[in-house]
Design a protein around this ligand. Structure first.
Ligand code: MRU
Length: 363
C-alpha cells in the first residue's frame, strides 16, 4: 500500500545492503512514520515482543527473517534461534507456522547454504502472504457489493476491531482487504473503527491506514458497537484473527467476542478474514485450547497519545495503586461467526466448511 504516494510493504530487505530487515515501528504510528533497521535475531525478538511489529501474518513473516539474520551470523544456530523467536508471542499461530516452515526447509540444508536459503524462504512467505491477502479481498468483495445492492447503492457501514490491515500483514491486510477493494471499485463504504483498548490499534493504526487510503471512517469507543448495531448503523462486521481452530472457533483481539455477541443479537453478519496459515487444525476447542497472551498491566493503567505541543506522552488513566489485568485476546465460538473469508473463497465456520476449502489440512 502507499504512504504519501510511495508503495510499501510492512517488512522488506534493505536494498542498500541486501541483508538487513526493515519494518515500520508500529509503536510510533500514527504520530511518526519511522522505519527501523533490524540486524540480528535479538532485535527481531524485541520488535515482536514490544509490538513494533504486530498482527498475526506480519509476526510470522518478520520471524522468518529473524531466522535468516541469525543464520547469517551463525548457520548452526537454527534450532536455538527458532526456539527464541517462537517464545515471543503465544496466540497468533502464524508465528509457529512460519518457524516450522523455515525449519523444515533449512534443517537438511548444508550450513554454508543456510542463510541464503533462509532469505529466499522468508521472501517466499512474504510474497505468498501478499497473494493470499489480495485473494481475501476478492472473495470478501461480494459481501460488500451485496450489502450495497440491498441498500440501493447507499453507504455500507462496516465495523472492524483492532487492526487487520496492510500494516498487520505484509500487504493488503485481511479484514481490510475487501474494504480497500470495495472503496477502489467506487462502492460507498464507511468503516466504524473500534478504538481497541488497551493499545488502541484501531484508533492509531486502522484509522491511520484508512485515512491514508482515503476510506471514510469513524473511530468509536469499543463499547459503542452494540448501540450502533441496535440502531441499524452496522451492515456487517469484518475482523481478522490470530488463530482459527479446525471447527472454526476464532481467536482475535480482546473485545472481538463481545462484538460477535452483539452482532448475533442484532442479526448483523459477522465475518472473519484469514489466510490459511492462521488455521490451526491441531486443535478444535478454541476456548479450552488457544493460549491467550497476558500482557503487562501498564497497557491498561496507562494510555499514550499526542500532546498539543506535538510530543508523544504516556499518562496514567487508572487510579493510583489499582492492579490491572490484561488478557490480549479472546475466543469467539464458531456458532457466532457468520462465515470465514479465506484466499480460497468463503466458507462456514465449521470443520465441514474449512475442510471443503482446505482438504489437505484435514487429511
Ligand atoms: O496484539 P496484536 O495487535 O498483534 O493483535 C492483532 C490482531 O488481533 C489482529 O486482528 C489479527 O492479528 C489479525 S491481523 C491480519
Amino acid at each position: 500500500m502507499r504512504i504519501a504516494g510511495i508503495p510499501y510493504r510492512s517488512v522488506w530487505v534493505d536494498p542498500a545492503d541486501g541483508w538487513s530487515v526493515r519494518i515500520f515501528d508500529q509503536t510510533r504510528l500514527p504520530w511518526a512514520v519511522e522505519i527501523l533497521r533490524l540486524t540480528d535475531e535479538e532485535q527481531v525478538v524485541h520488535a515482536i515482543r514490544s509490538m513494533q511489529v504486530r498482527g498475526a501474518p506480519l509476526i510470522g513473516a518478520v520471524a522468518a527473517y529473524g531466522l535468516a539474520l541469525a543464520l547469517r551470523r551463525d548457520p548452526a544456530s537454527l534450532e536455538a534461534a527458532a526456539e527464541m523467536l517462537g517464545r515471543t508471542r503465544p496466540t497468533a499461530v502464524n508465528l509457529r507456522w512460519a518457524l516450522e516452515r523455515m525449519l523444515a526447509r533449512l534443517r537438511n540444508t548444508p550450513l554454508p547454504e543456510r542463510a541464503a536459503a533462509a532469505y529466499a524462504e522468508a521472501a517466499l512467505i512474504c510474497d505468498e502472504d501478499v497473494a493470499m491477502n489480495e485473494a481475501i479481498g476478492r472473495h470478501g468483495l461480494p459481501l460488500i457489493e451485496e450489502a450495497a445492492a440491498r441498500k440501493g447503492g447507499g453507504r455500507v457501514n462496516i465495523l472492524t476491531h483492532c487492526n487487520a490491515g496492510w500494516i498487520a500483514t505484509v500487504d493488503w491486510g485481511t479484514a481490510l482487504s475487501p474494504i480497500y477493494r470495495a472503496h477502489d471499485a467506487g462502492i460507498p463504504v464507511h468503516v466504524w473503527v473500534d478504538e481497541t483498548r488497551p493499545r488502541n490499534q484501531g484508533a492509531a493504526l486502522t484509522a491511520w491506514e484508512l485515512g491514508a487510503h482515503g476510506v471514510p471512517h469513524t473511530v468509536v469507543a469499543d463499547n459503542a458497537g452494540g448501540h450502533l448495531m441496535q440502531r441499524g448503523e452496522v451492515d456487517l462486521v469484518i475482523v481478522g484473527t490470530d488463530r482459527v481452530t479446525r471447527r472454526g472457533d476464532v481467536a482475535n483481539k480482546i473485545g472481538t467476542y463481545l462484538k460477535a455477541l452483539a452482532a448475533k443479537d442484532n442479526g448483523v453478519p459477522f465475518w472473519v478474514a484469514l489466510p490459511s496459515p492462521t488455521l490451526d487444525t491441531r486443535i478444535a476447542d478454541g476456548v479450552a485450547e488457544i493460549p491467550i497472551e497476558e500482557r503487562g498491566a501498564s497497557e491498561v493503567t496507562e494510555a499514550t497519545g499526542l500532546l498539543p505541543d506535538g510530543t508523544v506522552a504516556t499518562v496514567r488513566v487508572a487510579a493510583a495503586g489499582s492492579p490491572a489485568a490484561n488478557p490480549a485476546f479472546d475466543v469467539t465460538p464458531a456458532r457466532l461467526v457468520t462465515g470465514l473469508i479465506t484466499e480460497r473463497g468463503r466458507c462456514e465456520a465449521s470443520e465441514a466448511g474449512l475442510s471443503s476449502l482446505f482438504p489437505e489440512r484435514f487429511a
